[in-house]
Design a protein. Structure first.
Length: 279
């Protein structure tokens, strides 16, 4: 095939890909664009008519939204819970994934299958027992009530295990010859070699906690412990919802996750591709 034919084939394939991706991107971005423009519309005119571009921008909605609710406190609470959960999952999930991927013990594969089977159990089926445990431990209205049940996750262990089993065994043998034990092998060899997957898992954990609503609503009724998703309900009343203020608060709540994804985008993609289904 000539150089010109290869170039035409390359452009044709890219054009087909763009024809598919552009409509998909448009469908995904329109709700977010509507959220941003709705946060800038005058109060009471958010849906009369339901236009995307407002007649003029009301930037004061953001100031009023932050004055109507203690969003700075909500951000702080959410960050405390998210950072604690991410740190615990990185440590605990890495240790469990290392055991399932790199250690040999009787019943390892059966135990792993049983552990992964818990992913099929919906959260709603375990929420009442989890709440009763937290209540009996007298943890209601505390940070540990929002952190402890989220410290370990079956999906995080599965994702890391699938990546860890790809580490060549020669690295383990060389480390043992240098006197390195399992703890050192895990944190000096296995985790650095799978940094992209660890970052991907951490990003998943952060986004899950950042967007969690039901569990913090159940275990933290104190306003000083509200996370940002629960705090947004301050604009929703029985007879009236302040949509412009709610959209302004929602926009500010999405800034940090978007920035994290942009910063970790390359490692996120690399982590997903390197942790495919393996033996």
């Amino acid at each position: 095939m000539t150089m010109g034919g290869r170039r035409r084939r390359y452009l044709s394939s890219n054009l087909k890909l763009l024809l598919v991706l552009v409509p998909v991107a448009f469908v995904i971005l329109v709700p977010y664009l509507w959220m941003v423009t709705a946060s800038l519309k005058p109060r009471g005119l958010i849906g009369e008519p339901p236009y995307l571009y407002p007649a003029y921008f009301e930037f004061g909605n953001y100031i009023k939204a932050w004055q109507a609710a203690p969003f700075l406190r909500y951000y702080f609470n959410t960050l405390v819970v998210a950072v604690a959960v991410v740190a615990s999952r990185v440590v605990l999930a890495s240790m469990a994934a290392y055991a399932f991927a790199c250690l040999r013990f009787p019943g390892r594969d059966v135990l792993f299958l049983l552990f992964i089977g818990t992913m099929m159990v919906p959260f709603q089926a375990t929420i009442i027992p989890a709440f009763l445990i937290v209540r009996d431990l007298h943890w209601l209205n505390s940070y540990q009530a929002m952190i402890a049940p989220r410290m370990v996750d079956a999906f995080a262990i599965f994702l890391l295990r699938q990546s860890f089993i790809g580490v060549p065994r020669d690295y383990f043998d060389a480390a043992r010859l240098d006197g390195c034990r399992h703890w050192g092998i895990l944190w000096r060899i296995v985790v650095p070699l799978n940094r992209a997957t660890v970052v991907t898992m951490a990003l998943f954990a952060f986004l899950f906690v950042w967007n969690d609503f039901l569990w913090p609503l159940l275990v933290a009724n104190d306003e000083s412990l509200r996370v940002i998703q629960v705090g947004l309900q301050a604009f929703s009343g029985q007879y009236l919802t302040e949509w412009t203020y709610m959209m302004a608060g929602t926009v500010t709540a999405t800034i940090l996750p978007i920035l994290l994804f942009i910063v970790a985008q390359k490692q996120f993609v690399a982590g997903l591709t390197s942790s495919g289904v393996k033996g």
